[in-house]
Structures are given as structure tokens and as C-alpha cells.
Design a binder for this molecule. Sequence first.
Ligand code: LLP
Length: 411
Amino acid sequence: MHDFHYQGGHLCCEGVPLERIAEEVGTPCYVYSRSALEKQFRRFGAAFAAKPHLTCFAVKANSNLSILRFLSRLGSGFDVVSGGELYRVLKAGADPGKVVFSGVGKSPQEILEAMEAGILLFNAESPQELDLLESLARGKRRVARVSLRVNPDVDPKTHPYTATGLRQHKFGIPAEEAPALARKLRSSRWLRLVCVGCHIGSQITELGPFVDAVSKIKKLWLQVRDEGSPLRFLDVGGGLGITYGNEHPPELEEYASAVLGEIGDLDCTLLLEPGRVIVGNAGVLLTRVLYTKSNREKLFSVVDAAMNDLIRPSLYNSFHQIWPESKGSRPLRVMDVVGPVCESGDFFARDRRLPQFRPGELVALLSAGAYGFVFASNYNSRPRAAEVLVHRDRYRVIRRRETYGDLIRPE
Ligand code: LLP
């Protein structure tokens, strides 16, 4: 489900050869396909068409302004988790009435900014946060809409760092505490409880955990609504996985029909917070091989991208396919693909069978559209990469490569 393919032996994004982008923009460089993004966003919406819903793209997955602007034009709402993300979506022209604010540690300043903007709701994650929300709303003499983000204690069966819906995680309010909090909120003049929701984790490749979580949230939703809270929304979070290697996550349509089946005829508008499934396979990280070297044990291909550009392999040992720009047949060799950063954890592949790369050639790390550039740092004083958006046979630089000047500007 992406728009990267070989044409005449050369890897292209839609109608643009990646070689051309590398020559004109340099490497490393993130390249996104607008058509892949659009197709996936529309497909997601269509899968949920049977029920009133609002897709709130999880900005943390990819927060480039041009991407946000494009999604906003397609009708997307946004899930933000910081004042910075809120700033970005507003700059991108998003409708604040379609923005939800999640996260366990919203600061008073961030909350005030979001109240000022008039967002749809706050996904509250603790009793203390609710107290703060109430006192800030009172100070502003303005009613704020809130959602109880519940921890449903469901195992999403994903990487331990991307599981969030179990009891031992910092996220959410224990389900058993939710009814009492809802009761308290009913007597609040400044907070209106309009939603109950959850988010159980990311890169989830089975339907079971989603179904379990939705079923728990639905029960709670009905109880809280029947006790008198003016609920309008049910938020099922994000988390649907994509194919990086040989995972077989449910298709969007299967995911939607499982969620919709569980929700049944509940009289609510669904809030959805997908991130990865919208952008993950719409982007690659394009990099150039600098050197190949070997010792008695191993063969290494050293590329010009590093863990500061794409940290997922170092952080989660995650798998990204690596495709040469130029297809041609050549021997496969077992190798490590590594970056220039001075850490042994700076790798993109370990002991992987890949075509024997030549110094100077281009390779693409696939499925890098989500949690790629957003995670980039300046470690080793490496300027962050450029980002490019392709549309048919044209492309646009949507973030220029950083300069050495950018590195020291705030110092
Ligand atoms: N909503 C909330 C409240 C979240 O915390 C997240 C992701 C999402 C939605 C979107 O989840 P998605 O649909 O993208 O799975 N850095 C990790 C993933 C961390 C996800 C954090 N929360 C990675 O690269 O795999």
C-alpha cells in the first residue's frame, strides 16, 4: 500500500525518480507520496462511513506543516499532545473544533493555549489534571469539554515501549475510577464530560485487543451516560499496525468493521486517532551509501543517514525494508547497514541479506513516513534531513535541510 516502485529499473515515488530528488535536494532526505497519503486517509474514512466519526490524525506520527495542511484539507481533525503540536496544527490552518488534546502531562500553559484556541476536547488522564482543567476553565469563565481517557487494561501484544493500555502503564484513568469522576464532573460548572475513550498502544497487528478495549469502553460509556453525563463522543484512539516486513496487520476495513461491530448502534460520534496507518507507508528515507567495509566477521554498508535521522531500529530494533535505487540483479550478501554516528546502536539492519551495495549508490529505507523525521535529532551535530512531498511527476521541498547555522542559532 505505497507508491514507491521501480520504473525502468529505477526506484520512483509516484512519477518522480528518487535519483533526481537525491541529486537536487541531497541526502539523507525523507520523501513522501501525496497520493499514498490521500488514498490511505480516504480509505480510512470510508471504512468508518457507516457511523458519524471524526478522524483526528495523531500529529506525533508526522508533524510536517505541509502534511498537516494537506490532511486538514481532506477534512482531518488532529490529536495533539503538546503546545508545539497545537501550534503546528493551527499554523497548518486546522479547524480547532476538530482538535483533541491527549497526553499524561499537559502543562497549565499548554492547557490555556488549547482553551484559547477553542479545541474540541481534552483527553484527561488523571484526577489532578481534571482539577487543573476546572480551575483554568473557571479562570477563563469558559466551559471546557473533556473526555475521560480510560486505561482498559488490555494487552495490545506489541513492542513493550509502544504498549500503553495496561494497568502498569502511566496512561489513562483506571476504569473503576471513571464513574466516580464522571459523577463529580456532573456537578462542575466549568467542565463538561462529553466523551469516554482509550488508546491501547501502537503497531498493533491483531484485532482482539481493539475489540476487548472497545467493549470495555462501551460498557463504561453506557453506564456514565445512563447516570446522566451528556456524552456525545466515544474515542477509540489509534494504534493499527502496518506492514514493515512480514507482519500481517488487519486491513483497514477489517479493523473498522470490528470496531463498528462492537460499538453497534450506540448513539455517539466516533473519534479516531490513527497515525502510523495513515502516513507510515507513504514515506521513505533516502540515503546514499558512503562506504562498504568488512572485517573477518562482518560486512558493513555505511550510509549517510543515521540514528539521528531514523531512530526506530535503534530504539525498538524495528525492521525497515531497504531497497536499492537501482534494481539490477547482483549477488546478495549478509551485512549490517549502519550510519556515521558514533554508537554501536546506530544501525538500520543487522545481519540482513541484501544486494551487495556499491559506494555512492542510493538506497531507500521503506515505511519511514511515521515516527521518522519527527523523532530526528541533531546528535553528533548532524543537521536534520530535508523532507520532500511528491505529487505525480513533481515534487516540493516541504522542509529544507538544516544548515550548520541552524545548529547553533539558539545558543
Ligand atoms: N493517540 C494517542 C493518544 C497516542 O499516544 C498515539 C501514539 C496515537 C494516537 C497514534 O498511534 P498510531 O496510530 O500511530 O499507532 N514511536 C513509536 C510509536 C509511538 C506511538 C505513541 N502514541 C514507533 O515508532 O513505533
